[in-house]
Write a protein that binds this ligand. Structure first.
Ligand SMILES: Cc1cc2nc3c(=O)[nH]c(=O)nc-3n(C[C@H](O)[C@H](O)[C@H](O)COP(=O)(O)O)c2cc1C
Length: 182
């Protein structure tokens, strides 16, 4: 790990409503080791997050976790990628200045030739505003449920919501990315 890398305590405390938007053709890419420490990020990642590249290498990826994000989203992601499945999800990320940017994130495990997980890779692109408008209030409900009753409570809300819509999680996310509204 780089000795000058950032840690969660370096994340901004002054959260603002400033929003940055990815370009239509932009891709944010990062790779982590198996514990979630950043081992690679591209230039657009550093530009959006607002940190110098050298200080991001070795930092835990949770440096850019936004407090509005419910924990259930990351539990879902880690459960899937640790079992070598793909994760798709909308993520609100925290910038160094306390602002944020939304992405549709794809995360997957990188395997060696024997099938062992050696790292993880994430590629993100710009979500449509309609997807952000739909998912933000859902995340708010999940976060409130988590604060009341932990992840069992937020997990129940998410599952009940999907059951009511008669849609699987992946399908729900992909439909929102295509511009569907709930
Ligand atoms: C390849 C990869 C990319 C990730 N990208 C993000 C990200 O962009 N934003 C984020 O908040 N968490 C991301 N995570 C999840 C973090 O590792 C972490 O689970 C999350 O920030 C919640 O951290 P916390 O539970 O320590 O608060 C990523 C994980 C992996 C493996």
């Amino acid at each position: 790990m780089a000795s000058n890398s950032l840690s969660k305590k370096d994340a901004p405390k002054n959260i603002s409503s400033n929003a940055k938007t990815l370009g239509d053709d932009d891709f944010i890419v990062s790779k982590t080791d198996t514990s979630g420490k950043i081992i690679y990020c591209n230039e657009i990642f550093t530009k959006m997050a607002g940190y110098p590249a050298a200080s991001l290498i070795g930092a835990n990826h949770n440096l850019i976790r936004h407090p509005d994000m419910p924990r259930i989203a990351f539990k879902l992601a880690w459960d899937l990628i640790k079992s070598k499945k793909e994760f798709f999800g909308f993520v609100k990320n925290l910038c160094a200045d306390g602002g944020h940017y939304w992405v549709l994130a794809y995360i997957t495990a990188d395997l060696d030739t024997s099938g062992n997980i050696i790292s993880y890779t994430s590629v993100r692109r710009k979500p449509p505003q309609s997807a952000i408008d739909t998912i933000a209030p859902i995340y708010k409900l999940l976060l409130e449920a988590e604060q009341r009753g932990g992840m069992d409570a937020s997990s129940k809300i998410l599952n009940d919501f999907l059951d009511e819509k008669k849609v699987g999680y992946d399908e729900f996310i992909i439909n929102l990315q295509k511009g569907a509204t709930v």
